[in-house]
Structure formats: C-alpha cells, structure tokens
Design a protein around this ligand. Structure first.
Ligand code: ACO
Length: 322
C-alpha cells in the first residue's frame, strides 16, 4: 500500500446561526465592517450543552458513511482541537468510546488553526508506514467558549463546527505530500493566556479568551501561506495550474484571496466557506472539503492543495489526489 487515500468526508455545524447583524446588538460593529474586512456573513454557535466531542462524533459518522466503512475498521483516531472537552482524557479517546471501539491509538493534536493539516500529516505517516489501515482524522472546535464577547476585534471572527476524513491505505494515489512548520517566537501575537500550568487570572478574566494582534497575524499569514504553497508545489514537481482546488484555512477572505493570487488561481477554484462558517480553527479545512465534495465541485482524481496558518505560529499544507 503506497498511499493514504481520503475515502470519506463529513461535517457538522451547530443549529444556532448568528449573523453579523446579531453582533451589532453586542459590540460596536456593523455588518458592513465585518463583511468588508473579513468576508464573514454568519457563523454557527454551539448549544450550551454541546461539546467538541459531540460535534466531532457527528462529523466522523458522516465520513464513515461516505467511505462505506464500519467504525470497527478504524484503527487510529486523531482529533485536531484547541478546545477539547476536558484536560484529559483526550477528545479522541472520548470519540473512540462513543463509536464503541477500542484498543488502538487515539490522541489529540493542538496546533490551533493548523491542527487539521498537522493531524493529516501524522495520520498520513501512520498509514504509509503500515501503522494504520483506516484512520479517522477530525478537526473540531468550540471557539465560542474562548471568545471575549466584549472584544469586537475578535468576537466577530469565529464560529463552531467539526469536519472529519477517513484515510485508508490504498495503491491508488491519495495524499502526495504533507508539510508542517512552526515558529514559537510569535506566541503573544495570537494566544489564550490561561492554561493549566499558567493558571487562570481571576482579576483579568480576559486571560481565558483569545487575544490577537490582528494586523501582525494577517501579515504573517499571507507571507507563510505563499511560502508553503511554493514548498508544496516544488516538492511534488507540479505547477500552479495543475491544482484543481485550493482549500485554505478559512480565517479571512482577504487572506484567502491573497493566497489564491500568489498561486495565480482564480477564486472559482478556491473553496470558500468563511462567509457561512467564519473561522472554525482546525475544523475549517475539513468542513470546507466536505462542503465541496458533497456539492459536487470536488471530484475523484482532482488535485487539492490544503493550507493552513494558526497560533504558534504554526502552518502546514497537504497536496492530495482526491
Ligand atoms: N467592528 C468595527 N470596527 C472594528 C472591529 C469590528 N468588529 N474590529 C476592529 N475594529 C476597528 C479597530 O478598532 C480599528 O479602529 P481604529 O482605526 O479606530 O483603531 C479599525 O477597525 C481597524 O482595525 P485593524 O485591526 O487594523 O483592521 P484590519 O483591517 O487588520 O482587520 C482583522 C482586522 C479582521 C482581525 C484582520 O487583521 C485579520 O483577519 N487578521 C488575521 C486573523 C487570522 O488570520 N487569525 C489566524 C488564525 S486564528 C487562530 O489560529 C486561533
């Protein structure tokens, strides 16, 4: 078996939808500002009793169904999340139990918004080296729980959701290459300062919420996404024009457009869901993939470039023959 091939995709979005207009009643903002600066129109927000594992499980079930695979065939679960249900056990172990399976490795990966491409990179290596024949890779996040709802600079940007893929060992082409990077120097440009070992600052409650220097993050994202796209194409000896679909992390339409421009790809070859989902962090790429597979845009044999950027900073990509 030479490749890890995506045989199924799935997605889940919470029922509750919040529009930009809804934010006008909460902070000093406008539908116009949010649309113009980010491309976001609406986002889904999890119910109070909904957890990351609930959403990941729903996406996983859809992916298994599309792959026509029984949960008992899964032999690896990786959940990309920075908003796990609990400190431990991992959300992956919770999903495993709820699927009624056990015995094999199940763990979480936290690379913020790059989490899914990191998890795909790891799962690809498991499958290609014979450590797994059927991997379930999930990206699931509830950022509504780490948003400061009084901070207009961040609260309008995020949404909740989950996406999943089934990766199976195959002789047919699948994932062609994966690339993961990080540069920890920029920790404080984008972070949630609270943590188990750092503690929770009762006086400054905002330590439990996302803090971001948007402008600096924007500039860094555009730069590294250009570089990782070049690295990925060069590694595979393919041209920009060979890419059927670019599936970028969905943080901001302006970042996505800049990434497409660097690749000389028209926007009708870019999967965009940021308008409907906002930034769902590590769920954004598998959700976008699932949307475009289910609506028929992505077809078997298409060459896909997945690329992400997130807190850390982290960034990564995957070139996939679907
Ligand atoms: N409504 C109205 N005005 C606002 C809002 C809002 N929601 N938010 C900020 N503003 C104001 C600011 O206060 C500022 O006002 P001032 O000029 O009076 O000071 C003005 O708008 C411009 O603010 P900027 O921050 O310069 O706006 P910018 O054009 O950079 O857009 C944004 C901000 C959308 C956050 C952008 O910088 C961005 O998308 N950054 C990247 C986000 C990202 O990619 N994150 C990565 C992944 S997230 C993860 O890994 C967890």
């Amino acid at each position: 078996m030479k490749y890890a091939r995506i045989t199924g995709t799935g997605g889940y979005l919470p029922k509750r939808v919040m529009t930009n207009k809804d934010f006008e009643a909460i902070v000093d903002t406008s539908d116009e500002w949010i649309r113009e600066r980010t491309g976001i129109i609406r986002r889904h927000i999890a119910a109070d009793d909904e957890k990351t594992s609930d959403m990941g499980l729903a996406a996983a079930r859809e992916a298994l169904q599309m792959a026509e695979t029984d949960a008992k065939d899964v032999d690896l679960i990786i959940v990309a999340t920075s908003t796990p249900d609990k400190v431990f056990p991992s959300t992956a172990c919770i999903v495993q139990r709820r699927l009624g399976i056990s015995g094999f490795a199940a763990f979480d990966v936290n690379a913020a918004c790059s989490g899914f491409v990191y998890a795909l990179d790891i799962a690809n290596r498991f499958v290609r080296t014979g450590g797994s024949k059927c991997a379930l890779v999930i990206g699931a996040e509830i950022y509504s729980r780490i948003i400061n709802w009084n901070d207009r600079g961040t609260c309008v940007l995020f949404g909740d959701g989950a996406g999943a893929v089934i990766l199976q060992a195959s002789d047919e082409a699948g994932i062609l290459s994966t690339h993961s990077h990080a540069d920890g120097q920029h920790e404080e440009l984008l972070h949630v300062p609270a943590g188990i070992s750092s503690g929770y600052d009762q006086v400054r409650q905002e330590s439990a919420f996302i803090q971001m220097k948007g402008h600096e993050v924007f500039r860094a994202a555009v730069g590294v996404l250009g570089a990782i796209a070049r690295e990925t194409l060069t590694a595979n000896n393919v041209k920009e024009s060979d890419i059927a679909w670019l599936i970028p992390h969905q943080a901001n339409l302006r970042i996505i457009s800049a990434a497409a421009k660097k690749l000389k790809l028209p926007m009708d070859r870019v999967v965009v869901t940021v308008d409907e989902h906002a930034n769902t962090s590590s769920a954004s790429i598998p959700l976008a993939l699932d949307v475009a597979v289910r609506d028929g845009r992505i077809k078997r044999g298409d060459l896909l470039l997945l690329e992400a950027f997130g807190a850390g900073f982290t960034w990564g990509s995957a070139l996939v023959r679907f």
